[in-house]
Ligand binder design. Structure first.
Ligand SMILES: Cc1ncc(C[n+]2csc(CCOP(=O)(O)OP(=O)(O)O)c2C)c(N)n1
Ligand SMILES: [Mg+2]
Length: 367
């Protein structure tokens, strides 16, 4: 009996709003309303301004490092907008628009990159995990969270975001395997921006797409235009419906980072200017603006007012982040263990003293 292999598999590709701002009305039916699109445009624009401000904070020595999100806002905003309040977001580090929409205060991300652990303290009732710098590890956390939802019979779904490079990590394959074998309400959202720092997709994996990896695990797979909020929204909404029935989805959102990998990188050393210029024309914000203007839902006056609002809002966010009281040295110890092991307890108590000898715990240490 012949077996159908990946070579015969068809890859589903979805685009609803093209680069020129033209909408496929048939595919768009039942997706985003005009009000939703205006909100998403304003939200993405505010996130872009936040991104620019964060970049400048790093350049002026007020933040350690920062990975720009510029160019990838639609993938994060469109998918994040589909998630319900009770659903969980398990992010990488280029999904600010999804996190902020889901309720994470903007100053948290700034604090994280300023090296303040309090940036990782998620407020009660906001269902997101802290951003993950180790590539890929968090995908297993998403599968675990989804497993808990299933065991508790809760109507909740976990979505995890990651890059194309992360799909070359073992964690991706383990998480996909767990999620599909255990039939978990889990969504895998890959932002394929063609590059893993300076390594292009074709040097990193033999497969021509990320989505074909879904086939090996019997997950549903769909490839979408990652710069199209309609497509990202619809693919995620459909994936939620599938997840609730126990079928995980792998969404490959084809996008591009218009900035450097992080502020520690200079992409001009390995990327062609022509490639960058071509992707600038596919800017996810630009096409939404054209679409809205064509529908008479947007104009220059509204744009000017939005820019002023975004500026005022983000200025306040920066003030909140920089104005926070400096942490005490206790902060180094307080976030990993519920009960500190004895050695760390001694270190915590003696960190700001001249020596260890004056504390009785030292005796225990020597013993
Ligand atoms: C486990 C691990 N290995 C290596 C790194 C170093 N590193 C940081 S980002 C990155 C590339 C990630 O590429 P991709 O997954 O495509 O995400 P992108 O940055 O393009 O959004 C690497 C290798 C890391 N952070 N963690
Ligand atoms: Mg990448």
């Amino acid at each position: 009996m012949p077996i159908t292999t990946a070579y015969e598999a068809k890859i589903e590709h979805l685009q609803i709003l093209d680069e020129t701002g033209k909408l496929d009305a048939r595919l768009a039916r039942g997706t985003l309303t005009d009000k939703d699109v205006v909100y998403l445009y304003e939200h993405m624009s505010t996130c872009r301004h936040y991104d620019e401000v964060a970049f400048k904070l790093q350049r002026s020595g007020r933040m350690g490092t920062y990975p720009q999100n510029i160019g990838q806002e639609a993938a994060a905003a469109g998918s994040g907008f589909a998630m319900r309040k009770q659903d969980y977001i398990v992010p990488c580090y280029r999904e600010n628009a999804a996190l902020f929409h889901h309720g994470l205060p903007m100053e948290k991300i700034l604090l994280h990159w300023m090296g303040d652990e309090r940036g990782n303290e998620i407020p009660e009732g906001v269902h997101v995990l802290p951003i993950s710098i180790p590539i890929g590890t968090h995908m297993l956390h998403a599968a675990g969270i989804a497993w808990a939802f299933k065991l508790r019979k809760e109507d909740r779904v976990a979505i995890t975001y990651f890059g194309d490079g992360a799909t070359s990590e073992g964690d991706f394959h383990e998480a996909m395997n767990f999620a599909t074998t255990l039939k978990l309400p889990c969504i895998f959202f890959c932002q394929n921006n063609s590059w893993a720092i300076s390594v292009p997709r074709e040097k990193q994996m033999a497969s021509k797409t990320v989505v074909q990896k879904a086939l090996a695990y019997e997950a549903h797979g769909i490839r979408v235009d990652g710069n199209d909020i309609f497509a990202c929204y619809k693919a995620t909404k459909d994936a939620i419906a599938r997840a609730k029935k126990g079928q995980p989805t792998l969404i490959e959102a084809v996008t591009y980072r218009l900035g450097d990998h992080t502020t520690a990188d200079d992409a001009r050393r390995y990327r062609d200017q022509a490639e960058l210029d071509a992707w600038k024309k596919k800017d996810p914000l630009l096409r939404v603006r054209i679409y809205l203007e064509n529908k008479k839902l947007w104009n220059d006056k509204k744009q000017t007012a939005l820019e002023a609002r975004a500026k005022e809002f983000v200025t306040q966010v920066v003030k909140n982040a920089e104005g926070i009281e400096a942490p005490t040295t206790d902060d180094i110890f307080d976030h990993t263990f519920a009960t500190l092991p004895e050695q760390l307890l001694v270190q915590k108590r003696t960190l700001r003293t001249n020596g260890l000898g004056q504390f009785p715990e030292q005796e225990t240490l020597r013993a």
